[in-house]
Design a protein around this ligand. Structure first.
Ligand SMILES: Cc1ncc(COP(=O)(O)O)c(C=O)c1O
Length: 450
């Protein structure tokens, strides 16, 4: 598989051409590969040259109608995906999405930009990142939906490594004629396993994948994939991306996406399988030591800390002291992400830390209940309204403005436009959120007396 973007930049670098164009560093101090849209370099959102050629390689690898590059993460691809689906709504009507509740905040901002309504699907869950939607649950929700939605939106895999039954869900969506949109930020690698488990292969219409999370790509590199069965969305895809994106995409990120194609085409799956086997073996060993792991993802080890007698943060500190930095921790969980780029030495380091862990009696945690809040105003109104930040303890009765959640996992507990109730305050405090953005109360305008 060729690497047209990498090759172009390499040739340009070697040519010694004097750079009288952006960026200001002029390729000095080790930055010679960082270029801009010069002649021959193509243009990401009007791609016809080397970028289009490279994206065609990615499309072939993922089996999509087309895979579009994002240099601004899945955050951009998610907004574009929603925009494309909303584009099918008759003019003048507000878009509607039926979404599993564990959305990343990019979804909320996307809904705000489109002034979309959202009907939420919730499952009984013990963690904000988890929301298992079965095909039956989806069928029920679609039956009850006030009107036909423009898309069903799920997050799979979620931050805790749970993978949805995408095949079952896509069959339900097909029956209702609604596209299945998947936030697959954590699952780009799923297409490159012994069995292809990527949402596109299982019937999704569109997916947003963060290449950078699980593949050898620079931070920010991502794809918007459009499935062959949903090819109609390709027509407007570039303009949907351009609507939210910078006009100066990073060529360093584009080169890494380009190089990744060659890597994926030429690397035997057995190289990744070695890590999958390692993860499975370590999960079994941990279980023997009384450490509870969860999730079905094969490149993540998700420890249910409280069920193992620890706090998530406490476990994370044990990993740090042992020389390993985890991806994520909160009170309940500690998450480790692996890939074939972890060296033997690093795997041994992890193994040694695992060996030191001994399961203890589970810690009784206050039961977490996903808050059910009433909607007062639309997501768009709330996100764009004048807002203020208040102490969570004083937020009861106020309307949530922008999603106040840090990354990771950036899954909002209160959604913009919802009234924060007592249950919600409890849930926010459970996740250590002490301040929240709320819509400013409207003060009556003083009458002019002149
Ligand atoms: C589930 C999920 N979706 C979307 C995103 C956004 O991805 P990116 O950082 O590539 O913009 C993240 C980021 O952590 C995520 O965890």
């Amino acid at each position: 598989m060729n690497t047209p973007i990498v090759d172009f930049v390499e040739k340009y670098k070697k040519s010694g051409t004097a750079r009288f164009h952006m960026p200001g560093h002029k390729g000095k101090n080790g930055l010679e590969r960082d270029i801009t849209e010069i002649k021959g370099a193509d243009e990401l959102y009007f791609a016809e040259g080397i970028i289009a050629e490279s994206e065609n390689n990615a499309s072939e690898l993922f089996g999509s109608a087309h895979s579009y590059y994002s240099a601004e993460g899945s955050t951009l691809a998610i907004k574009a995906m929603l925009t494309l689906a909303a584009g099918e709504r008759p003019r003048g009507e507000r878009p509607l999405f039926l979404a599993a509740r564990n959305v990343h905040k990019a979804f909320v901002y996307g809904a705000a930009m489109l002034d979309a309504d959202v009907e939420w699907m919730c499952s009984d869950t013990e963690h904000i990142c988890k929301c298992v939607i079965t095909p039956d649950l989806l069928d029920e929700a679609l039956k009850k939906c006030r009107r036909k939605p423009d898309g069903v939106y799920i997050t799979s895999p979620d931050y805790l490594g749970n993978i949805a039954d995408v095949k079952g869900l896509s069959e339900v969506c097909d029956r209702y004629g609604v596209p299945l949109l998947v936030d697959n930020a954590h699952g780009a690698y799923l297409a490159f396993l012994e069995e292809n488990k990527h949402p596109l292969a299982l019937g999704a219409s569109m997916c947003a994948d963060s290449a950078h999370k699980t593949l050898p790509v620079l931070t920010g590199g991502a794809y918007l994939h459009i499935a062959k069965k949903a090819e109609r969305f390709c027509q407007s895809a570039r303009s949907a991306m351009a609507m939210y994106a910078s006009t100066s995409p990073s060529y360093l990120i584009l080169q890494s996406l380009d190089a990744c194609n060659k890597y994926l085409a030429e690397t035997p799956i057995s190289k990744r399988q070695r890590i999958v086997d390692f993860v499975n073996a370590e999960r079994e060993r941990l279980a023997e030591q009384g450490i509870v792991t969860e999730g079905d993802e094969c490149l993540k080890i998700v420890i249910n800390a409280t069920a193992s007698g620890y706090r998530g943060e406490e476990l994370a500190e044990i990993f740090r002291e042992g020389g390993a930095e985890p991806e994520f921790c909160d009170g309940d969980y500690t998450v480790l992400m692996l890939s074939e780029f972890n060296s033997e030495e690093e795997l041994n380091c992890l193994k040694n830390i695992f060996s030191s862990l001994k399961g203890k009696p589970p810690i009784d945690t206050a039961e977490f209940k996903l808050p059910k809040c009433e909607r007062a105003i639309s997501i768009r109104e709330a996100v764009f309204a004048p807002s203020e930040t208040v102490d969570v303890a004083l937020a009861e009765g106020r309307i949530c403005a922008v999603p106040t959640v840090s990354c990771p996992p950036a899954v909002p507990i209160a959604i913009s436009g919802e009234v924060i109730n007592a249950e919600c305050v409890k849930a926010l405090l459970h996740y250590g959120i002490t301040h929240i953005s709320v819509v400013k109360k409207q003060t009556k305008k003083k009458r002019e007396t002149t």
